[in-house]
Design a protein around this ligand. Structure first.
Ligand SMILES: *Cc1c(COP(=O)(O)O)cnc(C)c1O
Length: 356
């Protein structure tokens, strides 16, 4: 049982009842970060390049949306509604997928980060949403997920009254975690790649936001009988809130696929040391991570998500959780377009020489 694709096949066999479309260009590369590892002089760092999923700017949402769009199309939807932060990669990827499948798309952008320059509101993902043909509205309260979801649901109802068939994409912890299914498949892909490269890793580090990626990866690995620990780096909420969110979504995902309780509570690991001062806000670790990733690996990590998770991958070693003999896998979840929305802040900070 060690032929190529064994693990992917096993995951696929658990997911046959879920309709899926193809968006991501997979498998994405899994490779060693040679120069970064040398620089840190700690564990050997590897990266799973899900920034290179390719679809409309790349990132983790391409895998997640394969199942949501599978369901939307199966239900005969003619319109997608989606809500997220102004620089949401999820919103941008959904707008792109809607365009690809000939559905119209309305996006609601939540103002979660105050006092940002015009580039934040116009460039990066916001610009791409326009190019993908989505209509846009804004929602002024940023940190009230339930209120934002209720508002987009109202908009969906208005469209339905006009005879449209809207499909609503939300990420709140009480909705079916279809996105996690995409990362269960990714877990199989990673295990197959490690097997084929004759490598093993001691831990995987990933950003934990809506938690679809974290949950899918963790559940996928455990279903495949891998015990590799998964460290979720908080990018939106503090550790306590995120652990409870991950737990809730793990149980929903287990229910969805009907596998029983596979993930133990003490297997859920979240770290929030790199989140400060909060969602979408930078700190010294973000700048160090962006500089190291760029200078040493020609890799872009973004200020909202991946610079924080990358800082976590390095920071967990500095805290003593990893040692020099280990291989650590960093899952790069994308976010490249958002870098342009933070142009002013990044340029000013680099000019001040505040980085390593
Ligand atoms: C959405 C996003 C995340 C967080 O993934 P979740 O599945 O929502 O936890 C991490 N990185 C990037 C670049 C993202 O766009």
């Amino acid at each position: 049982m060690n032929s190529f694709s064994t693990n992917i096949d096993r995951v696929n066999s658990l997911l046959t009842t879920f309709p899926r479309v193809e968006l991501a260009n997979i498998p994405t590369p899994l490779e060693k970060m040679q120069r970064l590892s040398k620089h840190i002089a700690g564990p050997s760092y590897f990266v799973k390049r899900d920034d290179l999923t390719g679809f409309a700017g790349g990132g983790n949402k391409a895998r997640q949306l394969e199942y949501s769009f599978g369901e939307a199309i199966q239900r005969g939807a003619d319109m997608i509604l989606v809500t997220g932060a102004v620089q949401s990669n999820y919103v941008r990827s959904a707008a792109a997928a809607a365009a690809k499948f000939g559905l119209s798309c309305h996006v609601q952008l939540e103002n979660r980060v105050d006092d940002m320059p015009s580039s934040y509101h116009q460039s990066g993902n916001v610009l791409l949403n326009k190019l993908f043909g989505a209509s846009t509205s804004t929602f002024h309260i940023g940190e009230d997920e339930a209120a934002a979801d209720a508002n987009i649901a109202d908009i969906a109802r208005d469209y339905a009254k006009k005879g449209r068939k809207p499909y609503l994409l939300t990420l709140s912890p009480d909705t079916q975690p279809l996105g996690a299914l995409g990362y269960m498949r990714c877990a199989g892909e990673i295990l197959d790649q490690l097997h084929n490269q004759n490598k093993s890793v001691s831990a995987i580090v990933v950003a934990s936001g809506s938690a679809a990626t974290h949950v899918g990866l963790l559940l996928g690995l455990r279903l495949l009988r891998s015990r590799i620990p998964v460290y979720g780096i908080c990018v939106r909420r503090d550790k306590k809130q995120q652990v409870s969110r991950v737990k809730g979504i793990v149980r929903l995902a287990e229910n969805l696929i009907g596998c029983g309780e596979v993930v133990q509570e003490d297997d859920i690991k979240c770290h929030d040391e790199w989140l400060q001062p909060g969602y979408g806000r930078t700190n010294e670790f973000v700048y160090e991570a962006m500089t190291l990733a760029g200078n040493l690996e020609a890799m872009v990590v973004d200020p909202v998500y991946t610079a924080k998770s990358f800082a976590g991958a390095i920071g967990l070693y500095r805290q003593g959780l990893f040692n020099k003999s280990q291989n650590i896998l960093y899952l790069h979840t994308g976010g490249t377009p958002a870098i342009f929305a933070y142009e002013r802040e990044i340029t000013e900070t680099l000019n001040q020489g505040l980085t390593t």
